[in-house]
Write a protein that binds this ligand. Sequence first.
Ligand SMILES: Nc1ncnc2c1ncn2[C@@H]1O[C@H](COP(=O)(O)OP(=O)(O)OP(=O)(O)O)[C@@H](O)[C@H]1O
Length: 327
Amino acid sequence: MPYRLEAVRHGYGERTVLEIDRLEIASGVTALVGENGAGKSTLLRLLAAIETPRRGRVLFQGKPLICVDRRRIGWVMQQPYLLRGSALDNVMLGLRFRRGGDRRRRALAALETVGFRADPARPATMLSGGQRQQVALARCLVLEPEVLLLDEPFSHLDAATQCWLEGWLPAWAVGGRAAVFSDHAPDRCRILARRVIALSQGRLVPAPFANVFRGRCEGNRFLTKRLTLWLPEPVTATHVGVDPRDIVLSLQPLESSMRNRFRGRVVALAEAGGEVRVTVAVSGERFEAVVTLASCREMGLTPGQPVWVNFKATALHVYGGPSNFSQ
Ligand SMILES: Nc1ncnc2c1ncn2[C@@H]1O[C@H](COP(=O)(O)OP(=O)(O)OP(=O)(O)O)[C@@H](O)[C@H]1O
């Protein structure tokens, strides 16, 4: 288990921008999603030990992060800072304290690994945003880290390099290595990552990012702007979520005890690994359900088709009770 966060609070000035009671990040690929300002970069900076939380602890393999050799953790910022000199100089820089006379060869190999196609002698100031990210990634990789922390690594890449990174990242994060990346594309996160961590306003929100609704409670009802969802009992919450696998789709209203039933229309279908993710529009909200390929075919689901979304009140996860969280 590379990371464990306990009762972490972090902020800037008077503001608390991150409030995480407990979070474990395993090896493999983990994705961080959330709106602009949700706290993704802040969390990555804490994991990279660039910043120390104001309260709480960040443990790396069971030890306080502060005691860990930072070279074990590779960190690529959203807008990487490169030093003057060439692309190659920047990658070699990380190796300046390493033994062995093959620094140049290793740096060139790292640039090749990340698909850097420009001249390695090109000055860093003349590189595009995507090339700068490639150089920053190569600068990390050359140090052979155990963990890679990537802040929106796809944002400046062209389609071919995005494709390369999508293939490379899960292949790299094996054998106990961990990669954590932030992104604004939930589909890519779900495809690449073993686990998607969703943040909203600095707090963890339901992990099945697909069906997270914001709203308010009235007794055992949760009111979004457009829908009323039934909860098993009265609670206080600012968000609710339902796992796509807890949703049952049907072509007709079901004779069942499931309290949440909505008529909608299929808007998208995406097949992956023998399953189909079905997106259903309901009164201006969207639900995502996962069905087997066989039942998708059996129901003959196609875009535009009317369909019923059904789930139990107990399938709703509630988040965000009363808090002194500062805005
Ligand atoms: N150095 C800083 N000083 C003051 N406030 C900061 C600083 N860094 C981040 N913040 C604030 O902390 C909050 C979380 O910011 P953060 O950059 O972590 O969000 P994010 O989820 O990465 O956003 P984005 O998707 O836009 O990159 C925001 O409200 C931001 O304004």
